[in-house]
Ligand binder design. Structure first.
Ligand code: 8IG
Length: 274
């Protein structure tokens, strides 16, 4: 997908992708979209009945995963309530170099498929020293430090309640121990320097990663209600030892079965059409 694209083209491509998903899965409407980041991938199967597993490369505008630990599939899952979930394991990251419109495409496709709720998960570095590796933390707000917006044209969307207070409160009813934090999205792919982490901390950042904020903005602009959850897979730079992507993946895997339970409880508690 070109980085120079107009809104009509972007929406057209999203509708094409949604049509292909509907045809290949046999599911006409998906009510909720989930994006699964590091540590969250195993969660998909426990959410409900897997109706279809679609290689992302077969869906217009998506590309197969190429980062170790990032799966390249899109799944259609029937939840216990009867609602249908679109589960995107093939998230596009800004650092892949396909541009911010490729990042926005997943949420645009989900909206075209009928989704009114987005659950965005990720693996993140913990800046707030009260967060431990292995903790799931609700995203309460974000700092978008990518210097770009996924929106095209004069789309002056209000982000005051981007990470829905209503959905966070439901989440904390089913998982009373859940902490909350402000997520910082940076473009990556490098991790931060210790000086950058100190600066982000002064700015109020509590979690840091390379995804989610741009997707949340896209989802909100399309009228979706957004819930965000991070898995703390490492202490941010300078707070503990060096950061190794393989260690990060190992922490993600170690937390996977716990996260699957957490995510299922959250999703089952969300108000969705059944
Ligand atoms: I997992 O410490 C994961 N993703 N920028 N910094 C950034 N992204 C991350 C980190 C981190 N951990």
């Amino acid at each position: 997908m070109s980085t120079r694209i107009n809104l009509a083209q972007a929406l057209h491509e999203a509708h094409s992708a949604a049509d292909v998903i509907a045809r290949l899965s046999g599911v006409k409407q998906h009510d909720i979209v989930l994006t699964l980041g590091s540590g969250w991938r195993e969660s998909a199967a426990s959410l409900g009945d897997v109706v279809a597993v679609l290689p992302a490369a077969e869906i217009p505008g998506f590309s197969g995963g190429w980062v170790p630990g990032h799966s390249g599939v899109i799944q259609s899952i029937r939840l216990e309530s009867g609602a249908h979930a679109l589960v995107i394991g093939a998230r596009a990251h800004l650092y892949e170099g396909r541009g911010v419109q490729a990042v926005a495409h997943g949420m645009r496709t989900a909206a075209a498929a009928g989704a009114r709720t987005a659950v965005l998960t990720n693996g993140a570095g913990g800046i707030d020293p009260t967060f431990s590796v292995g903790d799931a933390v609700l995203i309460s707000d974000h700092l978008n430090l990518t210097a770009v917006s996924p929106l095209i044209g004069a789309d002056f969307v209000d982000l005051t309640d981007l990470y829905s207070e209503r959905l966070r409160s439901i989440a904390r009813q089913v998982e009373p121990g859940l902490q909350q934090g402000i997520y910082v999205q940076l473009p990556g792919p490098h991790f931060e320097t210790p000086a950058e982490i100190r600066a982000l901390s002064i700015l109020g950042g509590q979690l840091v990663g390379m995804s989610t904020a741009l997707e949340a903005i896209t989802a909100r602009s399309l009228g979706m209600e957004v819930l965000g959850v991070s898995l703390v897979t490492n202490a941010a730079a300078g707070l503990s030892g060096p950061i190794d992507h393989l260690d990060v993946l190992a922490e993600g895997r170690a937390a996977e079965s716990k996260l699957a339970l957490t995510l299922k409880r959250l999703v089952d508690a969300l108000p969705l059409p059944g």
